[in-house]
Design a protein around this ligand. Sequence first.
Ligand SMILES: CC(C)(COP(=O)(O)OP(=O)(O)OC[C@H]1O[C@@H](n2cnc3c(N)ncnc32)[C@H](O)[C@@H]1OP(=O)(O)O)[C@@H](O)C(=O)NCCC(=O)NCCS
Length: 420
Amino acid sequence: MNMVQDLSLSSLVVREFDRNKDCSGVEDVERRCDVGPTGEVSLFTDLLGDPICRVRNSPAFLMLVAELGQEKEIVGMVRGCIKTVTCGKKHSRNSKNVTVSHRNNNDDDNIKPVPVYTKLAYILGLRVSPSHRRMGIGLKLVKRMEEWFAENGAEYSYMATENDNQASIKLFTGKCGYAKFRTPAILVNPVFAHRVKVSKLVTIIKLAPSDAESLYRRRFSTTEFFPRDIDSVLNNNLSLGTFLAVPRGELAEESWPGSDQFLADPPESWAVISVWNCNELFKLEVRGASRLKRTFAKTTRIVDRALPWLQLPSVPELFRPFGFHFLYGLGGAGPRAAKFLKALCGHAHNLAKGSGCGVVATEVSNREPLKAGIPHWKILSCAEDLWCIKRLGEDYSDGSVGDWTKSPPGMSIFVDPREI
Ligand SMILES: CC(C)(COP(=O)(O)OP(=O)(O)OC[C@H]1O[C@@H](n2cnc3c(N)ncnc32)[C@H](O)[C@@H]1OP(=O)(O)O)[C@@H](O)C(=O)NCCC(=O)NCCS
């Protein structure tokens, strides 16, 4: 940083966001940050007047703003949240815990994997006004947020960004000590003007939140990033339900035996998803598409609406603000699990259509075995979302999983809908 920048930053104050006086200043920075490079299609986010909407559902959260000069102009902000998640697994037998490396192979049948939890912080929504970039404001906001993370006992901090966002990647990996960690795929499917046909070979059952919780705890609690407070996710008003697909005729909602019994004697194939309603949290809008593209989109929509039996995939109305549903907790087992997941995605599409959404989105590990069952449009999706992680302190005992930042990726990850 040079002297001029140092001087101009001497009046910079980083403080907690105050809803009563900061909303318009924050919105102004958001708007100025949203300007995409000319000619390119970019995605705009409208936070519907609630700057903390993307963190407010987490157990602990904070939003900071950077205020400059006597005018107290807001020139940047960052959000952060902390929760407890799975970072690995160990093996347990008769209440005695045995670490993976010390396990005796003969004991395999008696040993059950159990999750190892850690306190994880997440940084999101970092923005610095274009007129005040490269002055160290972004760095200052991140450092101050990390202090709050450490004060609250977080062991790791992570962030997600597009893998071509050089400014953000350089800031986090170059200046803040983060390392590239996971590259999940964001899969987005448009909501068509017609309903999608759901396979007649499956029965879809809606699980009560308590049944969904026990199913997830039993099946997914050792998946990395699984939130220990999954019950608060499932019971949140934004969670529209958990849906299970089983072979037709095998089970009905009225005869649901409970998760323990279901998993003790599962059908040959099954799949599960949960749906989160982002529709009311914020809206997205695609801007910068050429007139030709817009006209094409409009034409397919009209044809799709007029001739629904053709089942033409129409481009949804993305050029005005639209909401979306997010699918989380995707899983299943058996040879037809991916097909069953596809049926569940069809069901979710129809739910989203009923709510007037523009798209249905999800995020899964690139190695997710069930990925093939998730319908999506490549043009709307992101093959590699980049997650970077940092261990916040050096003084942790290494526990039974060691340093999570050095661990290889698993087949699946659990993407928490509260952090979308
Ligand atoms: C990313 C962003 C927050 C950086 O804010 P900033 O205040 O300009 O960053 P800083 O001045 O603190 O930069 C610190 C370091 O980050 C790196 N960096 C920041 N912007 C960079 C750029 N455009 N290109 C390359 N490196 C960059 C540099 O290493 C820089 O140190 P240096 O200036 O001494 O070389 C800002 O560019 C922004 O708001 N972008 C749009 C929104 C966004 O992408 N947010 C991140 C989402 S996770």
